[in-house]
Design a protein around this ligand. Structure first.
Ligand code: AMP
Ligand code: MG
Length: 404
């Protein structure tokens, strides 16, 4: 047997994304619990923010016209008539020649149209001396300066960040309509697998993939359902896959995705639906399957933990984002930096390779990795990609490191 439907990562993503539709169901959640959720509607500000003119600095609320002509030598003296208490609305109208002490964020009294900052003033028996003129509006935040009533605050399909939650709450939107979370099922397959609590006998391995994948799914704001370990048994695997298909929006099956006699994922997926990709032209991660059954996407991932993790990151994450209703991928935006490769790395033409690197003194040092080794990913500071058409990268070459 061999890989029959090998695709580049880009081709496979395109093919999969064309089929996927966002889950679309809408629910209302408290805004304060909305981090990472995807807005199901455009949000328009129902109010002006801050809603009243307020001081941007500590100083004195004044009528700007009263300060015209003030200089260091000939300051203008204003009569101090009070102080604006924080959290209260001043009602007394400021008259010509008057000043009111005000603190950052305090509400401007009626009649005042500017704030003279404390540093430009001096208290004296003659009143408040102002040493330089201010223009109308100086050091004042207008009542609709932050947000205007009726202004679009956030578009539909936006993934909520901390600052977005703050802005929604600032204008009193304590509930938001968001798409329901995408639900992703995770199955680990392999006769050799035991749970992490058990002690492996020779030949056995602790299942880590299901946990890695659950974490990756959660990082994307989706909900993970871990179906645990399924032995290399076609009937049992089929049953688990059917259950997962019923209960979740996307099913991940780690292990058994290659072409050996104990690799049953392909057969099960062919029985249940249509296999659209078998084999990605990437390393690590070639034994990847994309299939479609009962209107839902299924992905067979390599059992090798490092490969599974990289495929989940490169291939699965964008699909989850699409299902979630995000208008543009944004949750996994990792910082990238340019670095110089400290050593040549070889690679095969015809497949895109992902190399783990460590950052050492501004250089990117490739970590020699047998693909089976999880420790190489733990030690890595990031990944670099070698394009399919390159036969490796040279020492001293500038590379783009995606940090993670
Ligand atoms: P497979 O893709 O099923 O041929 O598995 C490839 C390698 O990954 C084998 O050495 C497996 O023992 C190992 N492996 C498969 N599944 C897991 C898992 N869930 N956790 C850790 N290692 C695994
Ligand atoms: Mg296996």
């Amino acid at each position: 047997m061999e890989f029959l439907k090998v695709k580049s990562l880009e081709e496979a993503k395109k093919l999969a994304l064309e089929r996927l539709r966002p889950v679309g169901e809408v629910e209302e959640v408290p805004t304060s619990e909305g981090l990472g959720r995807v807005l199901a509607e455009e949000v328009v500000s129902p109010e002006d923010l801050p809603g009243f003119a307020r001081a941007a600095m500590d100083g004195y609320a004044v009528r700007a016209a009263d300060t015209f002509g003030a200089t260091l030598e000939e300051p203008v003296a204003l009569r101090l008539v009070g102080e604006v208490e924080m959290g209260t609305e001043p009602t007394a109208r400021l008259r010509q020649g008057e000043a009111v002490a005000i603190h950052t964020g305090g509400a401007l009294p009626p009649g005042a149209d500017a704030v003279v900052i404390l540093e430009e003033t001096e208290a004296s028996p003659r009143g408040v001396l102002v040493f330089s003129p201010v223009a109308p509006g100086a050091n004042v935040i207008a009542e609709d300066e932050d947000l205007k009533r009726g202004e679009r605050l956030l578009p539909s399909g936006h993934g909520l960040r901390a600052q977005d939650i703050g802005a929604l709450l600032a204008v009193g939107l304590t509930e938001v309509r968001v798409f329901r979370r995408v639900s992703v099922g995770v199955i680990s397959t392999g006769d050799e697998l035991i749970t992490p609590r058990e002690r492996p006998r020779p030949g056995q391995v602790r299942d880590i993939n299901s946990y890695i994948l659950v974490c990756q799914v959660q990082e994307l704001g989706a909900e993970a359902v871990n179906y645990g370990i399924i032995p290399d048994d076609q009937a049992e695997l089929r049953e688990a896959v059917e259950r997962g298909l019923q209960e979740t929006d996307l099913l991940l099956i780690s292990g058994g995705s290659s072409v050996g006699s104990r690799d049953l994922t392909l057969e099960v997926l062919e029985e249940l639906g249509e296999v659209l990709v078998h084999g990605l032209a990437i390393a690590p991660g070639k034994p990847t399957i994309f299939a479609w059954a009962k209107g839902k996407p299924l992905i067979g991932l390599p059992g090798n933990p490092a490969s599974a993790l990289i495929v989940a990151d490169r291939f699965v994450a964008p699909l989850i984002e699409r299902l979630s209703g995000l208008r543009e991928p944004q949750i996994i935006r990792r910082p990238q930096l340019r670095a110089t490769l400290t050593k040549r790395v070889a690679s095969k033409v015809g497949r895109e390779e992902f190399v783990r690197v460590r950052l050492v003194n501004g250089g990117a040092e490739p970590i020699p990795a047998q693909s089976g080794v999880i420790s190489s990913l733990v030690r890595a500071d990031g990944l670099i990609a070698i394009p399919a058409e390159r036969e490796g990268l040279e020492e001293g070459e500038e590379v783009l490191v995606e940090l993670w």
